[in-house]
Write a protein that binds this ligand. Structure first.
Ligand code: PHE
Length: 326
């Protein structure tokens, strides 16, 4: 019995078989147990001899089984490890990577620059009311920009915003007369233009608005020059030209010098008109402010040398791939 059990245990190839053998020899109905049970029929002299022998065999078999168990478990683990090894020298599967859209890249760069100058980022709706797009910004009722020919109206009172300046009044009203107001707002705007290389019925602007005590034109100039030089380079030449907007007084347009194309307008700006402050709950005797609005496509076109605004919207991969970083 012992020899047979030993041989079988040694040749067991898996844990399952070993478990069966354990039951077969050592279990309650096992072979060794039945030997011990049968001891009653032995003579008193034989009993201790057989008993001692049976116990010895049991110990031996138990030992054998548990060491075999250890062996098999180790082998199983080893096998598993072998199957799961990763060959790190194999070439990896390459998958196509997207690129950040150039407009988004410019927006993120602008946001970083303005956050660095203490601005917060504001938002407003693209579907806007006449009130915020025009009325609060001191546009007269018969101002040409209000014309159906120039703007996308949904109803006589609701339109797609024609500029991000609509966020000015929204922000001031939300602040309830508190200062400082110091925000930028990048976003889409809509105008009724025929699309060509330099015009698009939908484009993007970034608005800036600062309201506080003692805000002067020189701070406006400082902020604008700082961001322009950060975007286009320290040596960029910048000039201000007098201009007109209903919501700023005085108003300016800002040009930068491009060696190939000459002076190019990139934004409109000015000191917030006292009437705009008043309409939005700020006393113009106490507070002053400045605002600016820049075209994001314009900035991106100059920065990256893009000659057609339509490239931004066509999603042509040959265009977009040029902005992949690696
Ligand atoms: N909203 C003006 C435009 O669309 C730009 C602007 C913004 C001018 C803020 C002055 C102040 O052209």
């Amino acid at each position: 019995l012992r020899k047979m059990a030993e041989a079988k245990i040694k040749s067991a190839h898996d844990l399952e078989t070993l478990k069966e053998l354990k039951i077969k020899f050592l279990g309650k109905k096992g072979e060794l147990t039945s030997v011990l049970r049968g001891m009653g029929s032995l003579s008193p002299e034989e009993r201790p001899v057989v008993g001692a022998l049976a116990n010895e065999i049991r110990n031996r078999l138990e030992e054998l089984i548990s060491s075999k168990e250890g062996e098999l478990e180790e082998a199983k683990l080893e096998q598993k490890l072998k199957e799961e090894t990763i060959d790190v020298t194999l070439p990896s599967v390459s998958f196509p990577m997207g690129a950040i859209h150039p407009l988004q890249a410019v927006i993120e760069e602008l946001e970083d620059i303005f956050i660095g100058m203490g601005f917060e980022i504001a938002e407003g709706p693209e579907v806007e009311t006449d009130k915020f797009n025009f009325e609060m910004l001191n546009f007269l009722k018969d101002h040409p920009a209000r014309d159906m020919q120039d703007s996308f109206y949904i109803t006589p009172e609701i339109l797609l915003r024609t500029h991000t300046s609509s966020v000015q009044a929204r922000t001031m009203l939300a602040k309830k007369g508190e200062v400082p107001v110091r925000i930028i707002c990048p976003g889409k705007v809509y105008r009724r233009d025929s699309d060509d290389a330099t015009h698009s019925h939908q484009f993007m602007q970034i608005e800036g608005l600062v309201v506080d005590r003692n805000i002067s034109m020189s701070e406006l100039k400082g902020v604008l020059f700082t961001f322009i030089k950060k975007i286009f380079g320290e040596d960029t030449e910048v000039r201000l030209r007098p201009s007109f907007f209903p919501f700023t007084e005085p108003s300016v347009e800002v040009d930068i010098y491009d060696p190939k194309k000459g002076w190019l307008e990139i934004l409109g700006a000015g000191m917030v008109h006292p009437r705009v402050l008043e309409k939005s709950g700020y006393n113009p005797e106490r507070y002053t402010g400045f605002a600016f609005g820049a075209g994001i496509e314009r900035i991106a076109m100059l920065k990256y040398g893009i000659d057609d605004i339509r490239h931004f919207y066509n999603n042509d991969l040959r265009f977009l791939r040029q902005f992949q970083s690696e």
